[in-house]
Design a protein around this ligand. Structure first.
Ligand SMILES: Cc1ncc(COP(=O)(O)O)c(C=O)c1O
Length: 476
């Protein structure tokens, strides 16, 4: 009801209350929520404001329509932190991270985080990196560095720089294609196969030539949580340099895996222990266990970041170096990342990752025990703490129906999606198992999935309009 129209007053037990507009307004100011009677401001700024309590309650009431973050098993992003971390965050919400001159200790804490990550990823010596908004910004900056260094090499050799290309698998996140389109690089995408959802050296080799700025490999794909054969791809690139003198760098997209592999699979070499790995991105807000808004880019050595991409400016009286796509941003999540690093340490992160993996195994066992599903990947395969699964055998319903039924019955958000080409006919469901999914919730979820299947068994597949409500992307 538009606010300029006369309002009808609420009715109770059939009798309209005898209240004038003035009386209602007086009551509003006393009881403080006029949006019980008025629609929320929508397409223009309201002519006048409202009390702080009203504004807060208006937003709170709207947000009940959102899903519960802790039942969102689609997202890789952190939905819970310790109350003490919440306090660190709340107390620094006003700090602009880029004001290094004013907040030098915050800048120092960022550098500590980068040094800790470089150490975790086995950088051979001095290194450099950047705090980013998430892995997407880190990937843009990392891939730009690949492009710059390739161009410098080509110009030095007196060769053309018109047709750069980047090689990666169909299992990457959409940001890699975005980079190629935004920054004018030809994407050379290795297609997946119906039963092969990651890539290895034999897949990338035919796509590499002298215009290849680099290869991107994924540690923990968005689709099934497995890793590309990073070691195999590294060995191929080392061989290529040896045989043909082609220096093709490897960037590892460790958005999710960068905080999982070092703790669950410490002996697997995917990082700077491999000589062609020049840069790594990781999302602090995924398994770094920080709320949304933080990612990291780490270079093997300072020379891997082209000097030309760093901007120096005199800002608020201090010469400052920046390597970002944006400028002003909050400092809270940097501090929250450091909080987690010092709070958990290596053993704490390992304990949390082991716990999530254990619960993921329990959930996989529950789902397999229904007899309806195939779990994607063998139990001993290295994987993010998640369960990816698909229906086995013939059914009158599919994974999209189950996702919708599960949401309708219990509010779980478990996405269903199809894989990229050439596995586009494969439908998958996937549940992230995070810190907030306890052992008993894991078992309940398994039972709820079984129950959703029983319901569908009895009533048949969903109506098209219900299917439209299903979340049909991988979640991020
Ligand atoms: C493998 C991979 N790379 C990149 C991204 C993008 O990361 P962000 O959401 O931190 O920008 C994601 C997000 O899910 C991802 O899974």
């Amino acid at each position: 009801m538009p606010s300029h129209q006369p309002r009808s007053t609420p009715r109770s037990d059939g009798h309209p209350p005898e209240l004038t507009r003035e009386q209602i307004e007086r009551l509003e100011s006393r009881y403080g929520n006029r949006f019980l009677l008025e629609p929320a401001p929508d397409n223009h700024l309201p002519r006048s404001g409202m009390s702080a309590d009203e504004a807060m309650r208006l937003i709170g009431e709207e947000l009940v329509l959102d899903g519960l973050p802790m039942r969102n098993l689609a997202t890789f992003v952190t939905t819970w932190m310790e109350p003490q971390a919440d306090r660190v965050i709340a107390e620094s919400l006003h700090t602009n991270f880029i004001d290094h001159a004013e907040y030098p200790q915050t800048a120092e804490i960022e550098q500590r985080c980068i040094r800790m990550l470089a150490h975790l990823f086995h950088a051979p010596g001095e290194t450099t990196g950047a705090r980013t908004q998430g892995s997407s910004e880190a990937i843009m900056l990392g891939a730009l560095s690949l492009k710059w260094r390739w161009r410098v090499r080509r110009e030095a050799a007196g060769k053309g720089t018109e047709r750069p290309n980047l090689v990666f698998g169909g299992d990457v996140h959409v940001v890699w294609e975005k980079f190629c389109r935004y920054f004018d690089v030809e994407p050379r995408i290795v297609p997946l196969a119906p039963d092969k959802y990651t890539i290895g050296p034999e897949d990338v080799q035919p796509h590499i030539d002298e215009n290849t700025i680099g290869v991107a490999a994924v540690l923990g794909t968005t689709f099934t949580g497995h890793a590309d054969d990073i070691r195999g791809i590294n060995d191929l690139l080392v061989q290529l340099e040896h045989d043909q003198g082609l220096d093709v760098p490897l960037h590892v997209d460790a958005a999710s895996g960068g905080f999982v592999w070092p703790f669950l699979y410490p002996d697997t070499q995917w990082d700077f222990r491999l000589e062609q790995v020049r840069s790594i991105n990781v999302s602090g807000h995924k398994f770094g266990l920080v709320y949304p808004g933080i990612g990291w880019l780490v270079f093997r050595t300072p020379e891997d970041l082209p000097e030309d991409l760093v901007f120096y400016e005199n800002y608020l009286g201090k010469r400052d170096a920046t390597f970002t796509l944006n400028f002003s941003t909050g400092a809270s999540m940097v501090l929250a990342q450091y909080y987690n690093f010092v709070r958990y340490g290596h053993s704490g992160y390992r304990y949390i990752m082991e716990t999530m993996k254990y619960n993921a195994r329990t959930l996989a066992a529950e789902i397999a025990a229904t007899g309806q599903f195939e779990i994607i990947g063998a139990a001993e395969q290295e994987q993010l703490p998640l369960v990816a699964f698909k229906l086995s055998g013939e059914h009158a319903y599919d994974e999209f129906d189950i996702a919708a039924q599960l949401a309708a019955e219990r509010g779980w958000m478990v996405p269903a999606y199809t894989l990229p080409p050439n596995a586009q006919h494969v439908k998958i469901m996937r549940a992230l198992v995070k810190q907030t999914l306890s052992q008993s919730l894991t078992i309940t979820l398994g039972q709820d999935i079984a129950q959703a299947c029983s319901t569908l068994e009895a009533k048949g597949r969903l109506h098209e309009s219900d299917r439209k409500r299903v979340k049909t992307n991988t979640g991020f």
